[in-house]
Design a binder for this molecule. Structure first.
Ligand SMILES: Nc1ncnc2c1ncn2[C@@H]1O[C@H](COP(=O)(O)OP(=O)(O)OP(=O)(O)O)[C@@H](O)[C@H]1O
Ligand SMILES: [Mg+2]
Length: 265
């Protein structure tokens, strides 16, 4: 059952970047997704919300090729994706940033920025260390707006704050031309100021013409950045709202109702 079902992107947002239709996914006897439809438009920020176990992460795993759906189709820019893998999802321009696993803790900033896509000298495969570091400085200053004087590309990421780590992960995604950035619970365990940094990165990604899926339990965080909200509950899309049509309080109320009744009022 749906309320305000708008399967198309928000007004003003052009053609869908991603369209997932009737996605089913089960783990043994557990139905994680039960016919979910989900769309993200070009340059659209979508908040994917819902309680624990609603199926949010599973939907993302299907979208990013980590898991194969039992049924349903996925379209990227209008074209059906036939054989989906993590690699082709990345090649298409989809990047996922997880709060806990955003970066390799033991590596320094520049290695994290270029991990898996190092700049190398032709066939030798040797990494262009100096160039990488220079580019890293550029990225830190221009893209992420890090002005902290002690911040150098050689710095280990372990000592960075949660928000800074998220910033680096998002910058990496943008640098490598991600068109769709997925943030799965990016503000978990972050302080208010760190959370604000992450929200600003999302706004900045929007300004760069990118699309975002922002998954969170905190409706307060996502409300300030998303243009449209999709509510999942126990594997079903139970509601979809444009921000312009619903207040923060209204959305909180809807979510409370869904948690209690499994459908919208
Ligand atoms: N690998 C798995 N094996 C078995 N069951 C799974 C697996 N992954 C997810 N599930 C089940 O599928 C359902 C949806 O899980 P999912 O992780 O997608 O929820 P979620 O909305 O991301 O929840 P949370 O907000 O807690 O992260 C849950 O019932 C979960 O227990
Ligand atoms: Mg999850």
């Amino acid at each position: 059952m749906r309320d305000n079902a708008v399967i198309s992107p928000a007004p003003g947002v052009t053609q869908p970047l991603v369209k997932m239709v009737n996605i089913h996914k089960s783990y043994g006897g557990v139905t994680a997704l039960n016919g979910v439809d989900f769309v993200v438009g070009n340059n659209e920020i979508v908040g994917l919300i819902g309680d624990n176990g609603a199926g949010k992460s599973t939907l993302i795993k299907v979208l990013t090729g980590v898991e194969k759906q039992g049924e349903g189709k996925i379209y990227w820019k209008g074209k059906e994706i036939e054989k989906h893998t993590v690699e082709n999802s990345r090649n298409m321009g989809i990047e996922t940033v997880f709060q806990d696993r955003a970066l390799a803790e033991k590596q320094n900033i520049w290695r994290n920025l270029f991990m898996g896509r190092e700049m190398t000298y032709g066939r030798t495969g040797f990494i262009k260390v100096e160039e990488s570091k220079k580019e890293a400085i550029n990225l830190l200053k221009k893209m992420i707006g890090f002005t902290q004087s002690g911040l150098t590309p050689n710095l280990g990421v372990m000592g960075l704050s949660g928000g800074e780590k998220q910033g680096i992960a998002i910058a990496r995604a943008l640098y490598f031309d991600a068109e769709l950035i997925i943030l799965d619970e990016p503000t978990n365990n972050l302080s208010i100021s760190e959370t604000n940094k992450v929200l600003n990165f999302v706004k900045w990604a929007k300004e760069q013409g990118k699309s975002c899926i922002f998954i969170t339990h905190s409706i307060y965080h996502v409300y300030s950045v998303a243009e449209r909200f999709v509510v999942l509950d126990r594997g079903n899309t139970v509601g979809e709202f444009l921000k312009k049509d619903i207040s923060l309080d209204g959305l909180v109320e809807k979510l409370e109702y869904v948690a209690k009744h499994g459908v919208l009022a």
